[in-house]
Design a protein around this ligand. Structure first.
Ligand code: AMP
Ligand code: GLY
Length: 432
């Protein structure tokens, strides 16, 4: 007899829509609940719109009442707040790290000290909690530097500073003016790394790991990596900069020592380890950051590219007996183009009617994941409700064909003021 599992996914964004879409295809799923989920997920799962992702009590209660077999946690905030620990204390299986292990993302100084202790390559750094000492350091050091708020700042707590004067004003904003609240009271100051960025994903049960794939995100708002930093305007997988040789280096120098190091330090890492990397000209990887959850929007192309059943991997990682030889199959390529609201990442209007979704999804290689939508007027269709609205994702035999399909789908979708980058995946097409 097959397994039949009741699965709860926590979160409501495009990343969670992609996870829910993938998990819903598993023959092992008996019931799939999402807290809070979104209207767009209603066709795949039972959503609990009143159970917020950060309402730990309500989630634990829901998991208990529904006799959930496995909880998959999407966002970092509930992880940092200890949701996994709370659920495990109730005897519920969880895919997601403990609060202690989530410090890899939640505290830059924790992550930097961890990497130093375990010999994992990363930018040189110093940590400060005193403003005048930090200022003295950037003045003495001279040149370029990267100033980062120590705590969680929704990806926005990083200042790339060309001069000591720029670094000084970033330090004042973070440490004295409270721009990122408590997250910025202490900072790390890093050396500025050069190279090509990529992210890499591995799933761990605390001891063993299974690799997923590399992807590349596009963080800036405008074509050509110009404009402000956003949560991500698109992503694609694979990332050609991570060829076999580079991947081997990433596994040996980063993923393996990170998983072993967390176990050795008494915080075994259970969940997905998202490694943000800078790959230098010689193909050597340096860690920019660790995240303790799936990337958004990278998960959208990863789920669309992945063949086979993901649920057994998530479950066996949560149980602590992952088969390290379990191989996931991968399609050749996938590309996700984000359609955002006018004005994003600053303020933006809501409630704009979205047209053309079914035309876009008429291509069987296209899936439209919703990041910020709500039911339209009179409950018909969808309208915009967020900064990032849709992640239009397509699979292809090459990045080029996936990209062509994604943009054809984007062109059939319409809402007033929609903002799209036209160069998602373009870097993968430049001969290296
Ligand atoms: P993070 O929030 O740490 O991912 O940083 C956001 C972005 O800032 C990264 O995607 C990089 O583009 C850039 N960045 C962060 N740290 C460094 C560094 N030490 N050197 C160069 N670029 C960096
Ligand atoms: N796309 C980057 C992130 O999820 O942090």
């Amino acid at each position: 007899m097959g397994v039949s599992l009741k699965v709860l996914v926590v979160g409501s964004g495009g990343r969670e829509h992609a996870l829910v879409w993938k998990i819903a295809q598993s023959p092992e799923v008996e019931a799939l609940i999402v807290a809070p989920g979104s209207a767009a997920m209603n066709s795949l799962a039972e959503c609990r719109p009143h159970v917020g992702a950060n309402d730990l009590d309500a989630i634990v209660e829901l998991a208990r009442v529904e006799k959930i077999d496995l909880v998959v946690i999407g966002p970092e905030d509930p992880l940092a707040a200890g949701l996994s620990d709370r659920l495990r204390a109730e005897g519920i299986l969880v895919f997601g790290p403990s609060a202690a292990a989530a410090q890899l993302e939640g505290s830059k100084s924790f992550a930097k000290a961890f990497m130093a202790r375990h010999g994992i390559p990363t930018a040189g750094y110093r940590a400060f909690s005193d403003l005048s000492e930090a200022i003295e350091y950037v003045r003495e050091r001279g040149g370029r530097s990267v100033v980062k708020a120590d705590g969680l700042a929704a990806g926005k707590g990083v200042a790339m500073c060309e001069t000591p004067a720029e670094a000084e004003s970033a330090l004042r904003e973070m440490m004295a003016e409270g721009r990122f609240g408590d997250a910025g009271h202490s900072v790390v100051i890093e050396e500025w790394l050069m190279g090509e960025e990529a992210s890499y994903y591995a799933i761990s049960d605390g001891e063993r790991f299974v690799t997923l794939a590399a992807a590349q995100d596009h963080k800036r708002a405008l074509d050509g990596d110009r404009g402000e930093n956003t949560g991500g305007m698109g992503a694609y997988s694979p990332a050609p900069v991570v060829d076999q040789d580079v991947e081997q280096r990433v596994l040996e120098r980063v993923v393996r020592p990170a998983i072993a190091g967390m176990a050795a330090d008494g915080h075994p890492y259970v969940g997905v380890l998202f490694v943000g990397l800078m790959i230098d000209d010689s193909g050597d990887p340096y860690v920019i950051e660790f995240n303790v959850r799936f990337g958004d929007p990278e998960t959208q192309p990863l789920m669309v590219r992945m063949d086979g059943d993901f649920l057994p991997i998530l479950k066996s990682a949560a149980e602590g007996h992952l088969d390290p030889d379990a191989k996931l199959g991968w399609g050749e390529a996938a590309v996700c183009v984000v359609m955002a609201s006018e004005g994003y990442p600053r303020s933006y209007p809501k409630g704009k009617e979205i047209r053309g979704l079914s035309e876009a999804e008429a291509d069987e290689n296209v899936v439209v994941f919703h990041a910020g939508t709500q039911p339209g007027a009179q409950g018909k269709g969808f309208e915009t409700s967020g900064g990032r609205v849709l992640g239009v994702t397509a699979r292809g035999e090459t990045v080029q064909s996936a990209r062509d399909r994604a943009y054809a789908a984007v062109d059939s979708i319409e809402f007033s003021g929609s903002q799209v980058r036209r160069d998602i995946g373009a870097r993968a097409l430049i001969p290296r």
